[in-house]
Design a protein around this ligand. Structure first.
Ligand SMILES: [Zn+2]
Length: 496
């Protein structure tokens, strides 16, 4: 900025003299400009450099919890390429998704608005991120392996190229992006969305990625809690067909290891995509956003009685044994394993090797893209721009999915608001509240809702106010309908 103004002043001084009045005006103007430069609050040094991206690439890994990436502290080498991206950019340490499953989470990411009801597809309004990019002159292209985001759910809106693969392989998805990118002839800047279905179930890494063996990192704790719940299981399901404790422990280990293998396969896909951008010389001009739509539970916490009950009704016993008392997959749980997701921003305007530790959320992605590209801000967006490595400044972040709401505050206090039917109580009654304080109990093993009832009530009011001010699309299902869905068991199968 300063060198620009010095340049202007130098060129002016090189003009022929036009008399003393003109000289005095020029001098006064120069003084004024210098004064303005020092007195007017300036934007960050990063922005002043106008170091803006030309292209944008949004990479979403479905079902990827932050804590299974090495750059988020996992001791296994599951993510060398994603770690490299994090070193090249800014990593948001306490990011959260907007829902516990794909559809509401991705609707929120693409619209920049909260979803507080059971929607079945992207609503026709409001404007989505792809449309904004396309209308601003970008070539837009989406590549997906999640069939739940297929044309029937409306997610093709805004994407000139919309390629939904019929297989779930991360390498196939990466290849389809690379093929498009390496052969494109369009001279416009581009905006890409690549959505890996993995590490979503089924956890079936190919042999090259099925490399994590042996006890899971938290093996002792998981085995201990499964063992402790075994007598409870035997009362619920005294059936010889019920899986044994030993088999349940082995399954908890195997699922966790194969999940890690799928994370590694996604990481390889990310590596192939970034290598293509590097080869083409576009990487340094591209804002790369890496995130996930939600995480995954791998038996760390108890699950709601309704889900266990539904399995018992459908099968006559609990086929998976004691594992059926614990959360697996991504159902209405908002423990950090499921709710805390990675967010990495790398490229022009983003500080390298930086970590931000305040709360952020996937709603911040839309306004960040707008600011990075120099597009007008949109007042309806709920998130805040993180461009330039900014902290969001959010005091609290909310999420909703499967009739369950959650809020987390910057202090680490969080409330989960369960519908009563999840605890086999009458639908429509008072919600079941669950309060955790991550500052004192990072494993969320102690429910403080009774002990700190004032905090629970206060946060419940925050959740209710958030529901009231959020958009409503008129497609909410009743509690009874939800109950039916759960009882069917593919329980909620198809919710990806
Ligand atoms: Zn998902």
């Amino acid at each position: 900025m300063l060198s620009f103004w010095v340049g202007v002043m130098e060129s002016k001084s090189a003009q022929p003299r036009r008399g003393s009045a003109a000289t005095r005006i020029a001098a006064a103007l120069a003084v004024l400009l210098v004064a303005v430069y020092f007195l007017v609050p300036r934007r960050s040094a990063v922005e002043a450099a106008a170091n803006r991206p030309i292209n944008v690439l949004l990479i979403v890994a479905d079902t990827l919890r932050a804590d299974r990436l090495a750059c988020y502290g996992y001791p296994r080498p599951t993510s060398p390429n994603i770690d490299k991206l994090a070193r090249a950019g800014t990593r948001y340490e306490r990011n959260h998704s907007q829902a516990c499953w794909t559809l509401p989470s991705m609707i929120s990411m693409m619209t920049g608005r909260s979803v507080v009801e059971e929607v079945k597809a992207l609503p026709p309004q409001p404007t989505v991120l792809g449309e904004v990019a396309r209308d601003a002159g970008f070539e837009t292209a989406a590549f997906l392996t999640n069939q739940g985001l297929g044309p029937a759910s409306g997610f093709q809106r805004g994407w000139e190229t919309y390629h939904s693969l019929d297989n779930e392989r991360a390498d196939s998805l990466a290849s389809s992006f690379v093929d498009w990118h390496s052969t494109r002839t369009d001279t416009r800047p581009w905006f890409g969305w690549v959505h890996f279905i993995d590490p979503h179930e089924p956890y079936e890494p190919d042999a090259a990625h099925d490399v994590f063996q042996g006890p899971r990192i938290d093996h002792a704790r998981i085995e201990g809690q499964l063992r402790a719940a075994q007598s409870e299981l035997e009362k619920l399901s005294p059936d010889p067909r019920t899986q044994s404790l030993e088999d349940s422990v082995a399954r908890a280990t195997s699922d966790s290891n194969r999940y890690d293998g799928e994370v590694l396969s996604v990481d390889d896909g990310v590596g192939a995509i970034l290598a293509e951008l590097e080869r083409s010389g576009e990487l340094e001009h591209t804002l790369v956003i890496f995130c996930a739509d939600h995480g995954e539970m791998l038996y760390e916490q108890r699950q709601q009685p309704l889900i266990t009950h539904a399995s018992l009704e459908a099968n006559g016993h609990l086929p998976q044994g004691v594992l059926e008392l614990f959360g697996h997959g991504h159902r209405p749980w908002y423990y950090e394993h499921l709710w805390r997701t990675p967010l990495i921003l790398a490229g022009p305007g983003m500080p390298a090797n930086a970590v931000r530790s305040h709360l952020s959320e996937n709603l911040d992605i839309f306004p960040t893209v707008l600011e990075a590209l120099g597009l007008p801000a949109r007042p309806e967006l709920e998130g805040r721009s993180l461009w330039g490595g900014a902290e969001s400044g959010h005091e609290r972040v909310f999420a909703y999915g499967h009739r369950t709401s959650a809020v987390i505050e910057s202090s680490g206090l969080k409330l989960i608001v369960h519908p009563p039917e999840m605890f086999l109580e009458k639908a429509g009654g008072e919600p079941k509240l669950e309060l955790h304080d991550l500052a004192s109990d990072p494993g969320e093993l102690t429910d403080l809702a009774q002990e700190r009832a004032d905090d629970a009530r206060r946060l419940l009011q925050e959740v209710r106010a958030w529901h009231a001010r959020s958009p409503h699309y008129g497609s909410d299902r009743t509690a009874e309908e939800q109950l039916k869905v759960l009882k069917k068991l593919g329980y909620i199968e198809g919710d990806r």
